[in-house]
Design a protein around this ligand. Structure first.
Ligand code: XMP
Length: 323
């Protein structure tokens, strides 16, 4: 019968068999899937695994620390953190177009990750043969069930990396649905904040700033987002909503009043949605008192924000994210 204990035992045995005395690399995104996949592989092969976390500077408040501290504490995993904030900000400078931003973030991410991989291989030698991926069952079905190898093409050739090094994939979550992955993660002792995390896009806050992405704007959005998340959690609403993007309209200003003075600040958009699979979504009917609390706190506590607006559009026609 299906129990998380059985799944873990089976996977641990299978991974040990597959990897033998070789070594593996796993990219951590801060999300549930990569965290649980890494924890499973760590349980199976311990220090033969090295995890890589690319900090692109587009994460929400506290998320990088969650990976660096809480995840490492819970698993004992060997982690290489790459601080790439400056590199991403530089690449994004002057760019407002959403698709352009996504392309840049994706491209930089692969480059930084491959460079980290190459450094690990340079340190540890040819025994690094495996790459861990948090592929879930729905992903397998969607892509026609293919499996096999991933190619890394080295743009940098750090440490004499072969041109077309082939990794074999370890995909310990291939038979699981999302809720099962969360259960396995819980059983493995991962922090609640990681196991129960709502979906968050790979390009992070970079696609929640309408307009150019700058450090200053990111810091401002991080504060507003942290307040919204804190109040939604305090109100016990985390399980009722699919996610609640918080968006900064960086190119819009409106007039406000605070104390005796006129303000001219930016609006923050709250985008709480209910959904089953993110293909369609409805805007969440959040209690007015919770919305009021979030609005009051954001306008009081976040510099340069003088208005909070609620997105009441379903998907379609709106997407969940604004970009
Ligand atoms: P949209 O905005 O298309 O979002 O309605 C649907 C779901 O996908 C998430 N999303 C992403 N997730 N990389 C991801 O891993 C991305 O580039 C990305 N873009 C959107 C979004 O948060 C929502 O849950």
């Amino acid at each position: 019968s299906w129990t998380t204990g059985n799944v873990i035992e089976e996977q641990v045995a299978a991974i040990r068999e597959q990897v033998g005395d070789k070594r593996a690399i796993c990219g951590l995104s801060g999300g549930v899937d990569s965290a649980v996949a890494a924890a499973l592989v760590q349980k199976a092969i311990g220090s033969q695994l090295t995890c890589v976390y690319v900090d692109h500077g587009l994460m929400r408040k506290g998320e990088t620390e969650q990976v660096e501290k809480d995840f490492v504490a819970a698993t004992g995993v060997q982690l290489k953190v790459v601080d790439a904030e400056e590199r991403f900000l530089k690449a994004l400078a002057g760019v407002s177009d959403p698709e352009e931003k996504r392309k840049i973030i994706g491209r930089e991410f692969i480059r930084v990750f491959e460079q980290a991989q190459a450094e690990i291989i340079a340190d540890e030698g040819p025994a690094v043969e495996f790459l861990v991926q948090g592929t879930l069952y729905p992903d397998v079905v969607e892509s026609g069930g293919g499996t096999g190898t991933a190619n890394i093409k080295s743009h940098h050739n750090v440490g004499g990396l072969p041109e077309d090094l082939e990794f074999q994939l370890i995909e310990p979550l291939r038979q699981l649905f999302k809720d099962e992955v969360r259960m396995v993660g819980q059983e493995l002792g991962l922090p609640e904040e990681i196991v129960q995390r709502q979906p968050f896009p790979g390009p992070g806050l970079g696609i929640r700033i309408v307009g150019e992405v700058t450090k200053e704007r990111l810091d401002l959005l991080r504060e507003a987002d942290a307040i919204a998340r804190e109040e939604l959690t305090a109100a016990g609403l985390d399980r009722d909503i699919w996610q609640c993007p918080v968006v900064l309209l960086a190119d819009v200003r409106s007039v406000g009043v605070q104390g005796d003075g006129r303000t001219y600040g930016h609006p923050i958009v709250l985008r709480p949605v209910s959904s089953e699979d993110a293909m369609t979504a409805d805007w969440s009917r959040l209690p007015y008192d919770v919305l009021a609390k979030i609005s009051t706190r954001i306008t009081n506590e976040v510099r340069d924000v003088n208005r909070v607006v609620l997105d009441v559009t379903s998907k379609p026609p709106g997407t969940i994210e604004w970009e």
